[in-house]
Write a new protein. Structure first.
Length: 553
């Protein structure tokens, strides 16, 4: 008697194993039980989550930290729709993800049907590829194509829908995973290097802008060599934080704040911007090139998007690190930079030092940033949620290695950090992981505390508590002079954490935060730290930046 036939579900799992998948994040449903069962008999760990949205964020952070597509899975209809937010976040954050979901069977796909929704069309606008696996024999090619597209520059999410009757059908005996091939980046064009070198030799005040692409393509060392060789200061995007260590004398800090910040002064004087791995969805280039007149050298694996304020003088479409090394070798600079980076660094240090000494309660934002930095090592990971705290952390949190301060600045969605921290701990088990989140974001996905405890991924969740959607309040105050409908009430966060079996801490004075964070990190479990924050500093910051802008100009 011969071996039983493999199902399509089993073939899919074989293909995932061939691609090197180690974890799938998701929730099973009636229509994909065979896939989940096949995963249970494979080398892949299935991480059961408490919401499909959480599963998609876990897949995204796993993809961001490893460079390999994170995989999330759901049933059809509402389960698949719940994956959509994290999938869109991944694509806008240039992060590889494969989303798999069940779909109604082919025998009822042509008519109105229970839980039947056109999922392929729904995912299409937010993915690099969205498709239906209509026949078992297509699985090897479709899975290989999905991973190739997801992981090739520019990375993003892909989606595959698997009809329930296809999933349970026998796969052709001859079907097998396809060989994994990794596209190799092009070598830099000698002609383009020469053109860029001509521009750079003539520049008096060049500035490097290192973006997400530099972080994910491991170009940080090349960025640092380039800056050191030519004496050119380096700013980063929020996604690029750590590509240039913030304690390096040529580091300018992160650009992307909603007002003219310290780092912008370096761009005000720039006559050439060397954009290494910058992508326009990270922030609007009008903030660094308002007149559109600054010359731009674009260095990335793909051509630049078209924008009036990002008019590329020379484009180097090749490996970012090799482009930087070859460009540095081709340039003999005659003019030292005069971008004022020393003063910019002084301003950042003064603000952070002032926060470190600020004993007010509720705590000043800069104090929370300073104590968070003091509690974590240089290679530990902090995930920064969207909200007012993102602006403070992005501006002031010193970062020394790429992908150690994770921020979503593509879609800038809320509530990705707590589920994302589970994947961060899986991807980087030796690093401490801290979630910096607002109280509004925290309660959107706080159920994943149970997941973290169950799968054993210790983390510290630091909640900046202001009982409001703080960034919206800040924006309203700036734009219309007051804020409305942004305030809410919170549960007892300590009791809430303890109800899951996690540790809970309540900060009652400024001097409690740092020792509490250190204790929570050493506890090696899930800990929730509720820290009241005084966002009156928001208005004071905007006022001080405005005064500085006038004096600088």
């Amino acid at each position: 008697m011969g071996e039983p036939n493999r199902t399509t579900a089993e073939l899919i799992v074989e293909c995932l194993e061939s691609e090197g998948v180690t974890h799938v994040f998701g929730i099973p449903g009636e229509e994909n039980i065979r896939l989940v069962d096949a995963l249970s008999r494979s080398s892949i760990e299935y991480v059961l989550t408490r919401h499909e949205q959480g599963a998609s964020f876990m897949a995204e952070v796993y993809g961001r930290l490893t460079g390999k597509a994170g995989v999330c899975s759901a049933t059809l209809g509402p389960g698949a729709i719940n994956l959509l937010l994290g999938v869109a976040d991944a694509t806008t954050n240039s992060t590889p993800v494969l989303a798999l979901s069940a779909q109604v069977g082919m025998r009822r796909s042509y008519k109105e049907s229970h839980q039947g929704v056109d999922l392929v069309s729904m995912f299409e606008p937010v993915t690099k590829w969205s498709a239906l696996v209509a026949t078992p024999g297509a699985v090897p090619e479709m899975v290989r194509k999905a991973f190739k597209l997801a992981q090739t520059e520019r990375p993003g999410a892909v989606y595959l829908a698997v009809p329930e009757d296809v999933e349970s059908a026998d796969a052709p005996a001859e079907s097998a995973p396809l060989r994994v091939n990794v596209p190799r980046p092009d070598d830099p064009s000698a002609t383009q290097i020469a053109r860029a070198a001509d521009i750079l030799r003539a520049a008096r005040n060049p500035v490097v802008l290192a973006g997400h692409g530099a972080a994910r393509t491991h170009a940080a060392e090349a960025v640092r060599r380039f800056a050191d060789t030519l004496g050119i200061p380096v700013a980063t995007t929020f996604h690029g934080k750590g590509v240039m260590p913030d304690d390096h004398p040529l580091a300018l800090g992160a650009v992307g704040f909603m007002r003219h910040d310290y780092v912008n002064f370096g761009f005000d004087q720039a006559d050439v911007i060397i954009a290494a791995g910058y992508e326009l969805q990270e922030f609007d280039p009008v903030r660094i090139n308002p007149s559109g007149a600054t010359k731009i050298i674009h260095i990335h694996r793909f051509p630049a998007e078209v924008d009036a304020h990002y008019d590329v003088s020379v484009g180097l479409t090749a490996d970012i690190g090799r482009c930087l090394d070859e460009l540095a070798a081709a340039v003999q600079r005659e003019h030292p930079p005069t971008s004022g980076q020393e003063r910019i660094r002084e301003l950042l240090a003064e603000e952070l030092d002032g926060g470190r000494a600020d004993d007010r309660f509720p705590l000043a934002p800069a104090r929370i940033v300073a104590d968070t930095r003091a509690a974590l090592g240089r290679e530990d990971i902090v995930l920064v949620d969207t909200g007012a705290l993102k602006m403070w952390m992005a501006r002031l949190y010193p970062t020394y290695e790429p992908n150690t301060c994770l921020i979503s600045n593509g879609l800038s969605t809320m509530a990705w950090t707590l589920p994302g921290a589970i994947a961060a701990k899986i991807a980087r088990p030796d690093a401490n992981v801290l979630v910096a989140t607002g109280d509004g974001s925290f309660l959107m996905n706080s159920q994943e505390i149970e997941t973290a405890l169950r799968v054993g991924t210790p983390m510290v969740i630091l909640i900046w508590v202001d009982e409001a959607y703080g960034l919206i309040s800040w924006k309203m105050d700036l734009e219309i002079g007051h804020n409305v409908d942004t305030r809410f009430n919170n549960p007892d966060f300590v009791a809430y954490a303890e109800s899951f079996g996690a540790k809970g801490y309540r900060i009652c004075s400024a001097d409690e935060l740092l020792p509490t964070l250190r204790e929570a990190l050493e506890a090696n479990t899930v800990s929730v730290v509720a820290c009241p924050v005084d966002y009156s500093a928001n208005s004071a910051l905007i006022a001080s930046l405005g005064e500085l802008d006038e004096s600088w100009s």
